[in-house]
Design a protein. Sequence first.
Length: 265
Amino acid sequence: MRIRLVLALVTAVLSVLVGAPAHAARPAAVQAVTFNVCGNVCRHGEVGATAGNIAYQVRALGASVAMLQELCYSQFLGIRDRLARYGYRAEFARASTGGRCDDYDRKHGTGFGIAILARGTMAGKVLYKLPSPYGRHQEGRVVLGVTVRLPGRTLFAVTTHTALGPNLPIQLGALRRWLVPIASHRPVLFGGDLNVAPDSADLDAFYAAFREANAGRKNGLPTFLSRPNRKIDYLFGSRGFLAPAGVASANTGYSDHSVYLGAFR
C-alpha cells in the first residue's frame, strides 16, 4: 500500500537523523502533515468514517503536527477525541459554514474551517480573517496559528486555506506581511492549501523566508488529485530553524487531495 511506502521513506529519513553522530544535541525532528479533507463536498459532512480515517493517518504517519482544511466542526470533534488519548491536542478555526456539515449534530451548528493538531502542548491561539474584497458571497477564509511545544523544541504552527480567484493574491499578501517578519526570528511551520502553483510570483516571498518540504520549486510532489495532478498544498519551515529532510504523500480515497507529509530537522 502507498501508506507503507510513505512510512518507509519517513523512517529512513529519521533513521539518518537519529543515527548520525552529533557534537551537540539536535532538536527532535518534526514530522508535519497537511491535508485538505474535503469534508463537506467529498464527504457530505459524514463524521464516523472520516474522523476515524484521518485520526489513523495522523498516527500512522507519526505526525508531530497535522494541519487540516475543509473540515466540518463535527468531524474535527471526532478526530480530536480519537487522538486525545495518544497525547494530541487540537485547535479549530471556523471560517464559514458547510452546507452538509453537522447534519447529525445540532449542538455545534454548521461550523466549517481549518484545524491544527499537535502531539504536545498548545498555547497562544491566533485567529485572523483573511481579506476578501472581491465578490459579495465569498466563502470565509481564515488563518490559524498556535505555539506548539513538542519534545525538544517549540515552534509556531500556522495553517490556512486561501481562495481561488482575484482574492488569492490579496490573501497571500496579507499572510506574507504577517508571517515573514515572524519567521525571521523564530521557528515557524506554515502549511495548508494555498490554491497556487509553486512557480507563482505570489509565493516568491515565502520561498525566500522559508524552505518548503520539497526543498525547491521545481518538480513539486503533486497534492491535488484532479487531472492534471498538481501541487497546491505546502509545508514551509522558516529558514535557519527548520530544514527539510524528506517529503511524501498518501492517497486516502477520502478526498480530492493527498495527505502531504514533510519531515523537518
